[in-house]
Structure formats: structure tokens, C-alpha cells
Design a protein around this ligand. Sequence first.
Ligand code: 0O2
Length: 236
Amino acid sequence: MSEPATSAPRVDLLRGLIEGTTDPAEAEQSLREIQAELAAFRLEYSCGMEEVATKINILRQEFEQTQDFGPIEHVKTRLKSMDSLVDKMRRIDCPPDLDAVRERIRDIAGIRVTCAFVEDTYRVAEMLTRQPDLTVLETKDYIATPKANGYQSLHLIVEVPVFLSDRSINVPVELQIRTIAMDFWASVEHRIYYKYDGAVPDDLQQALLTVASTASDLDGQMGRLRDEIQSLATSE
Ligand code: 0O2
């Protein structure tokens, strides 16, 4: 039987991928090893992400039982896609080596927590970071100091231990904690940014800044409303 038509390009691809290997069987074996290594690499991050997501869900369930205004509205987890990881490696000039990637890229596992009120973003961050098995590696408070384009969010990189069958590893997880209004803004801005491939026209940039300020006002008004409701409830 003749080889499938795709065989030659496939062998070429393998040759390109694996430096110095000309034997297709050897190349295939190497590719399988790379695949297994990458799968194990991604598993580390997905386990770390699950550990932190579980902590957040425990807090959420507890608050649902005990409070009228639980601080957590939505939780979204994501593992950075391979494309996005490779883009970032290129952008920061990271060598194609998994140890270097582990060292230099700390947002492979990401969790976004959306809260109704600004105050809650800090409460959630505080409740998580005081847990003894989480280590805060970095904090960026874009709520106190928004980015020049208007982006607001509280970013933390936390490290969580993951216990595997034969060893334990510390996995960094990026947490983005923000209000619903901030999240709405960020999701629209993200679409605009990609539509214009990063070169957003001036008038749109200005409009985004105005909307960011409106979102911030809304957060302030909602916070004051909640305070009023809570002070009424305690005086009853
Ligand atoms: P994705 O698809 O979410 O992974 P970096 O930009 O990652 O090189 P740094 O210092 O690691 O630099 O990032 P930072 O400032 O903590 O922000 C990282 C993430 O925050 C981004 O991830 C976005 O998700 C979000 N973010 C930061 N700035 C903006 C912004 O101006 N607009 C919006 N919509 N989101 C922002 P990635 O890797 O870009 O994308």
C-alpha cells in the first residue's frame, strides 16, 4: 500500500520540529515525548487553577448562606491557550524551554472573579491571601491606579501548592478581581483592541476613557446605596 499523501509534509514538519533528527521513527518518538511533556506541564497549571477556584467557591458558598450581599458574583477560569503562550514568549523573548516559561510567565493559569461592589474586590483578595497555603508573589492594583486607557482591576499572582503522586509543586495562578462594571468595560475594550489590532483610533480611546469614568461613578453610587441599605438594616 502506498504512503498517504500527507506523509512527506508530516515528516518534514517533524524534521523541522526536532533539531538534527532525520529518522522519521525517531522524530515521531521525540514528538510523542514533547506532547507528553506539554500535557504534564499544562496539567500542573490546571491543577493549581482548580485548587484556587475551589477556595473561591468555598467562600462563595459560605457567603451565599450567611449574607444578603455575598461578595462574589461570577468566577471564570482559563488556561492560557498555546497560541497566546507562544505570543507572550516571543514578546518577552523567553527561550523555548519549559523551565524558563515556568519562571517567566506567571499567568498561564488565570481566574477572574467578578464582584458587585469595589469594596468586595479587596475583601475577596484579603480573604484569599490570608489563607496560609497561598503565597502572594505580586499585586497590581489597577483599581487604585487605573491604566492610562481606563482599565481597572485588581491583579494578584498567587502561588499554590499542588500535591502530585510523587512530589509537590508550587503553581502560580493569576487572579483578576474586579466589579461587574469594570468587567463590562474590559470585555468591550478587549474586543475593540483586537478589532484594531492594538491601534485603537484616538476618538475610540477617548470614548473608552469616558465610559471607564462612568463605570467608576456607577461603582461609587452602587457602593453608597449598599451602605445605606446596610445601615438601615442594622438600625432596625
Ligand atoms: P489573556 O488573554 O487574558 O491572557 P502582560 O500584558 O501579560 O505582558 P503583565 O504585567 O503580566 O503583562 O500583565 P498585567 O498588566 O497584570 O495584565 C495581564 C492581563 O490583564 C491581560 O492578559 C488581560 O487579561 C488583562 N489586562 C491588562 N490590561 C488590560 C487592558 O488594558 N484591557 C483589558 N481588556 N484587559 C487588560 P493578556 O495576557 O493580555 O491576555
